[in-house]
Design a protein around this ligand. Structure first.
Ligand code: ATP
Ligand code: MG
Length: 430
């Protein structure tokens, strides 16, 4: 029998890498808290119908990529492929709209799509997303875009580019659809099979095709921006004006669409060339029709989702080291010394210091080598003599300075100790 490995398209995030994830989450949580966003946690699986209605059956996600199965009670269940549908379901189910005003929500967690695995594309992946429900104001669009930019900048990713478009309203798109069909019809044979299929079902999605030949044809297609109604144009102009005021650079890309009926107005993506084919790290937009579509009251909404695997790749490309290190390493040898060491360590940890204990029982020379590798700035050494006298050797690994101290005095001077440790630590990126 062969060894069992992680399923295709899934990955273990090992301890060395988890620190990247934790610092990204910490940065996002901090920025979002300060912008009055509250975290929401929804189930990992939902009724299949939620995604069929919430994402749309004409999309790749619903058409080809969902993890759908019948549970033991013969219900059709789907592992969530994205976060918005679940958040909107919860918003409606728990009457969050009844609280009035604007709900600013964020979430993070695993998402599931049956895709061909490649760099930056997995079957289980993770997103962090925000949804602002209950505001049609262009300031909400600018706010969420600004937050995504802040998160990317703060984790150290600054060379992103932002593509921006407006898909108007359902009404705006009716005429546009016709113009698109008329434009693509003569090229039908040159389009990729998916796009041929979409010509009459959902022609806007052809603009989104990843096929190079289709993309070339799409470049000269009519622009949605020429079909926007006056209020839609005003909304989009205001979003752009606000982004300029915030100093957020963007490029207009009339091919950027979210081809669903309930997507409206602003659509945007943050991209990085260094990510290669999977260049989008964050995608989002306005979806004023979705809450209604899922059975709730008419509620304008806007949001985005960041792909955390792609973000992790970018952070690693920057070469930032985020391995967490302990403050203090503790070496001990001999039964009584080892027991005293554990007691001291417990008290140090209660005083908020990070301490690693050497459990090997090997010679002090070997324990000291491990102390050097641990990243600690201070090593505490407990031998037989120290145990007898209730003292401890304190060796500063940064300077080599070594002193003997009574264990009881160590605790009296804990704040000085903490300060000295902080000063000796090399400053970390991020
Ligand atoms: P793509 O065009 O790359 O397939 P998408 O339009 O399907 O992306 P969205 O549904 O907008 O993606 O999801 C938002 C973000 O989630 C994407 O920009 C990407 O960073 C990330 N993402 C989407 N699918 C995957 C996946 N299979 N593996 C890893 N990250 C993903
Ligand atoms: Mg996709």
């Amino acid at each position: 029998m062969g060894l069992i490995q992680a399923s295709r398209g899934t990955r273990d995030i090992l301890p060395d890498e988890v620190s990247y994830w934790q610092s990204v989450e910490a940065i996002a949580r901090d920025l979002l808290n300060r912008a009055a966003y509250r975290e929401i946690r929804t189930p990992i699986f939902e009724e299949t119908a939620l995604f069929e209605r919430g994402i749309g059956e004409a999309t790749d996600v619903v058409g080809k990529e969902m993890y759908t199965f019948a549970d033991r009670g013969d219900r059709s269940i789907t592992l969530r492929p994205e976060g918005t549908a679940g958040v909107v379901r919860a918003y409606i189910q728990h009457n969050l709209h009844a609280q009035g005003g604007v709900q600013r929500l964020w979430y993070t967690g695993a998402m599931f799509r049956y895709e061909r695995p490649q760099a930056g594309r997995q079957r289980q992946f993770h997103q962090l997303g925000v949804e602002v429900l209950g505001s049609a104001d262009p300031r909400a669009d600018a706010e969420v875009i600004g937050l995504a930019a802040d998160i990317l900048n703060t984790v150290g990713i600054r060379d992103w580019s932002l593509s921006l478009n407006s898909v108007g309203t359902l009404g705006d798109r009716q005429q546009y659809r016709e113009a698109l069909v008329a434009y693509f019809q003569p090229y039908l044979q040159d389009l990729d099979p998916d796009s041929q299929d979409r010509l009459h079902r959902n022609p806007l999605r052809i603009l989104d095709s990843k096929d190079p030949k289709t993309q070339r044809i799409a470049q000269d297609a009519p622009s949605i921006l020429d079909y926007l109604s006056e209020p839609s144009t005003a909304h989009f102009n205001r979003v752009q004006e606000l982004l300029q005021r915030l100093g957020i650079a963007y490029q207009l890309n009339p091919c950027l669409v979210r081809g669903l009926d309930y997507y409206t107005h602003t659509a945007f993506e943050f991209q990085l060339d260094t990510l290669g084919a999977q260049s989008t790290v964050c995608g989002g937009g306005r979806y004023d029709g979705l809450v209604r579509e899922l059975g709730g009251p008419e509620t304008p909404a806007v949001g985005w989702a960041i792909g955390l695997e792609r973000l992790a790749i970018l952070i690693q490309q920057q070469g930032a080291s985020m391995a967490p290190t302990v403050d203090i390493y503790c070496a001990a040898r001999g039964a009584e010394a080892e027991a005293q060491a554990l007691q001291v360590v417990q008290t140090l940890r209660q005083a908020k210091l990070a301490v690693e204990v050497d459990l090997s029982g090997s010679a002090f020379g070997k324990q000291m080598k491990r102390a050097d590798r641990s990243g600690a700035v201070l090593c505490l050494i407990f031998g037989e003599e120290e145990a007898q006298q209730q003292t401890v050797q304190m060796k500063w690994l940064t300077s080599g300075e070594q002193i003997v101290q009574r264990q009881s005095e160590l605790f009296d001077q804990i704040s000085e100790l903490r300060e000295k440790i902080l000063l000796s630590k090399p400053t970390k990126k991020i």
